[in-house]
Design a protein around this ligand. Structure first.
Ligand code: NOJ
Length: 742
């Protein structure tokens, strides 16, 4: 009998090798084309390709020079522009490069398409709370479709900096505190932006940023010093960047910060040696805005000349808005501080991406006003923004108040965020506009029509100490059947250069909520913010709290969907919410110490004025239904290094509604050559369960999953005893034990 399996294998192998051949021949073809362009380039034109300038759209950093960038494009002195927007405008600027510069090399347009272009999705920290990688990928796909229709080729996203410091304004822009989960999200976002083929007009280059350690700024103050052990760097901060390479990310951005005394933008060890040589990254690396010349104030370069020397020798290919390469590379070359081969290598990397994007064939294919018109803010995109916002929201507390009945006669909506459209889209809102936002008031109206009367009072502001609005708010609340307080941070309270030292509800919003809580009415607190907040008093007094983040264009509809029970909340936190800023950094993945806390025992590791644990831990989030977990069941008590352990857990929906649950698995290595965390996330699955339904979730663990940087900095697993935990959050778990043996 013909062995069908064998034939299949042969066919698959043939097709795979044909695919590989096709890819490598495409690769060779592009390499040849790059060479032929480079052969015609002068040194000045080559250096021009390494220069990126900001246009006259909104400016996303301190402008260092008042330049006439169009003239510089004409002279072949610019390889890429950022902050130039719209199909027509990018076409106009591209035309200058293509028709008026000597060689007509097209520009790459880059832009911060962080969580949407025109249709804005929840801020990334919120979006990550969905634990729904498909949805996260799809949101990036939509963002890419919109941005590419409007002329963009390259997004400066995703930000994959792990951060455990809620004071840092940019926690908003990442996927939270965990490297395992952060790596998965980074990959999903990259897949979404890049698709399968750069030459398609609706895919764009992604950028792994900010390489590296940026999220560990001392004191949570943006741009501040970073100092950490190499073990910590490798175990916590580097994994998402490595994952980005595995996903085929096209570009990297070096971070502003110094790391252990050396600004990363000037670190040959981290950029050239690790990223390019060891990991084999073959795309190009752009500095962050001005980060080459910021090596002067950092104090490792006396002037631009020295800064350029450090950056080029570190392996930075493109200078974003720093004007250092354009001014100094030629001098550095003449003095023998850098070689022509280094310049050629950087140019080659950049031109390769221009060819892969198809810009040499059709430099205008991304500037399509008709597609822009159809794509931006389409019904389909908005509908998905609503879904994405629903999935991102986390129910933090519910003492039987939610969902509210649609039959309530009178609902008071209170707080500065009820109808503050501009705030819903956050600071990285690209071309998003407040006027397109559905706010909570509108979301309620859309949901309830004339069925209920809705009253509104702002009550308090984001800043200041005025209680002027309290009376009106309390009066309206008294007359209502239920009160919904929409409070939190304004958009300008999270994001770049927006760190806070106090992470409570700003202004007098907490006082307002506590006054509302005294009225003894059904009270729902809807939080909108870009970071974990410290809100123990609100948690104590308010019967229901929904974390809605800065929810984007469809935020108000999504809030209404959840409040009135049309969507059962399914989000879980990806960053712990501390009781108090004094606990920061606080994360589930911590070490045990030699004196782990024992309640009531003085000489153990604890605070005398508050708990060690966060208020709401990583992985936490409630549902309108309830889930019951079995203990984890293992198929073996011991595994060898080449075996797989199966961990099974049954999860039952014991409530009355259908719901989704994020089932989580954590591991602890009990004894290692170096201390190991009390828990590390190693798997998760989001499942949907009908009332009464049970599903078995199966996780797999292999020795590779248990590897870490050992005492001698080797990445490997060590034999010994492990605990595995399964459950509904990093704290609500049940455990089993197993051994790994040689
Ligand atoms: C500085 C930010 O750190 C970076 O994330 C961003 O992409 C650039 N500015 C460009 O706007």
């Amino acid at each position: 009998m013909i062995n069908m399996r064998r034939i299949w294998f042969v066919l698959i192998a043939m097709f795979t090798s044909l695919g590989v051949l096709a890819q490598s021949s495409k690769h060779d073809e592009i390499a040849q084309k790059v060479d032929s362009v480079m052969n015609r380039m002068t040194l000045e034109e080559k250096i021009g390709q390494l220069n990126q300038l900001t246009g006259d759209g909104e400016v996303t950093g301190p402008v260092t020079l008042n330049q006439d960038y169009q003239q510089q494009i004409r002279q072949g002195m610019v390889g890429s522009m950022l902050n130039v927007n719209g199909a027509e405008y990018t076409r106009k600027i591209q035309k200058i490069a293509v028709e008026e510069s000597r060689l007509g090399i097209p520009l790459i347009f880059g832009y911060d398409v962080i969580h949407g272009y025109k249709t804005i999705f929840p801020v990334p920290l919120g979006e990550s709370s969905s634990w729904d990688l498909e949805a996260i990928e799809k949101a990036s796909r939509i963002a890419a479709r919109e941005a590419t229709a409007a002329g963009q080729h390259w997004t400066f996203a995703p930000m994959m900096d792990i951060s455990r410091d809620a004071r840092w304004g940019r926690v908003m822009e990442g996927a939270g505190e965990d490297p395992y989960y952060g790596s998965k999200v980074a990959r999903a976002r990259i897949r979404g932006f890049q698709g399968e083929d750069f030459s398609k007009a609706n895919t764009m280059l992604a950028c792994a940023k900010h390489y590296v350690g940026y999220g560990a700024a001392r004191g949570g103050r943006d741009y501040n010093t970073v100092d950490m052990s190499m073990r910590r760097l490798h175990e916590t901060f580097l994994p998402p960047f490595k994952a980005a390479i595995d996903e085929g990310v096209a570009t990297f951005m070096s971070s502003f910060n110094e790391l252990n005394g050396v600004p990363v933008t000037g670190s040959k060890e981290l950029v050239q040696d690790l990223l390019k040589d060891q990991w084999g990254f073959d795309g190009f690396i752009v500095s962050d805005w001005g980060s080459i010349q910021e090596m002067i104030p950092h104090g490792v370069a006396a002037d631009k000349y020295e800064a350029g020397d450090l950056a080029m020798n570190a392996g930075i290919d493109m200078d974003m808005e720093g004007h250092v390469y354009i001014e100094e590379l030629k001098n550095l070359l003449n003095d023998g501080r850098i070689s022509e081969a280094q310049i050629n290598e950087a140019v080659r990397r950049i031109l390769t991406k221009k060819f892969e994007l198809g810009l040499f064939e059709d430099p205008y294919k991304y500037c399509d006003p008709e597609r822009e018109e159809q794509e931006l803010l389409s019904e389909e995109n908005r509908a998905f923004a609503r879904k994405s916002a629903q999935k991102s929201m986390v129910l933090l507390k519910n003492e039987g108040v939610l969902p509210l009945s649609k039959d309530l006669g009178n609902i008071a909506l209170v707080g500065p965020l009820v109808q503050a459209d501009e705030e819903y889209i956050g600071t990285w809102s690209a071309r998003g506009e407040g006027r397109h936002v559905v706010n909570v008031m509108e979301g309620f109206r859309n949901k309830l029509g004339d069925q209920a009367s809705l009253t509104y009072a702002k009550g308090a502001s984001f800043t200041g100490q005025s209680k002027e609005g309290f009376d009106e708010a309390l009066q309206k609340a008294r007359q209502a059947d239920a009160v919904v307080a929409v409070v939190g941070e304004s958009a300008m309270m999270s994001g770049e250069a927006l760190s806070r030292m106090n992470i409570g509800l700003p202004g007098l919003q907490q006082e307002l909520v506590l006054e509302l809580a005294k009225l003894d009415k059904p009270l729902v607190v809807v939080l909108m913010n870009g970071r974990p907040l410290a809100i123990p008093e609100v948690d104590e007094k308010a019967p229901a709290i929904l974390e809605a983040w800065l929810p984007g264009t469809e935020g108000g509809n999504a809030v209404a969907d959840i409040i009135f029970g049309d969507y059962n909340p399914s989000g879980k936190l990806t960053a712990s919410f501390p009781y108090d800023v004094g606990q920061v950094p606080v994360q589930y993945e911590h070490k045990n110490t030699g004196r782990p806390k024992v309640e009531g025992q003085r000489y153990t590791s604890q605070y005398i004025d508050g708990p060690n644990k966060p208020l709401y831990p990583f992985g936490y989030g409630l549902s309108y239904t309830s889930f019951e977990y079995s203990r984890p069941v293992l198929n073996k008590q011991q595994i060898n290094f080449d075996e797989t352990l199966r961990v099974q857990v049954d999860v039952k929906n014991t409530g009355e509604r259908a719901g989704e649950e994020v089932v989580q698995m954590y591991v602890r290595d009990l004894v290692g050559s170096v201390t190991r965390p009390v828990k590390e996330l190693k798997g998760f699955e989001k499942i949907a369960l009908e009332p009464g339904q049970t599903k078995t979730v199966t996780f797999k663990l292999r020795a590779d999953d248990l590897a870490f940087y050992t005492r001698d900095m080797e990445y490997k697993a060590e034999p010994g005893e492990f605990k595995v935990f399964t459950g509904s959050s990093s704290e609500d778990v049940q455990s089993a034990s197993f051994k790994l043996r040689r």
